[in-house]
Design a protein around this ligand. Sequence first.
Ligand code: PEP
Length: 250
Amino acid sequence: SMALRPLVAGNWKMNGTKLALKELAGMAEGYDAGLRGKVELMICPPATMLYLAAAAALGSRIAIGAQDCHAAASGAYTGDLSAEMIADCGATAVIVGHSERRQYHRETDADVCAKAEGALRAGLTAIVCVGETRAEREAGKALAVVGRQLARSVPEGANPDNLVVAYEPVWAIGTGLTPTAADVAEMHAHMRRKLVSRLGKQAAGIRLLYGGSVKPSNAAELMGTANVDGALVGGASLKAADFLAIAAAY
Ligand code: PEP
């Protein structure tokens, strides 16, 4: 595949208080010490830390992203945060459609698409997550399910500058299980074809991340797979040493 600048993004989920900013500092240090030319790093901390994290990362070139947003720019939505508010914190990206949001908050593809539209409107990069369940893979439906999620969750106007797609098989998240490199290659080629047919040949430049139990020991194989342009990392992104070791796999 075309050599895109790889992105290794960490999703801290509902973990961390401002004490965790020291991990961010460690990541910035490690990045400057040898990864700068090779890969982009991003950390998506809890929303409570966005402002401090963006300030702490300033000048380090580690990007900061949020984990979710509301579709609207503002309004009577108690407890929600708009993409504009996330941008106001100094973040440059937002994850939308993570499987935990789809599962625990009943987010549909239409919800995810509206949130991604909000991200684009606010000038953020949308990291749109897709992925099949174990039952769907065992039924031979993984390609169809992910193709449908992609078609319905990616908004009009998406391009390589404002869209990243993360393939995260639900059964691989937080389980220590990963698909084979061949299965990842098949899925990522499928996603690339779908995006090119929808968005035109510019879609060759959209980064496709793999996510689900990425760790230092499996990163090189997964990241060396065709059409895998980076990783979305959960558990192993909480500690600077693990996260840097994954990024160094490039
Ligand atoms: C995730 O939830 O985005 C993820 C990839 O988690 P983990 O790396 O912990 O499997």
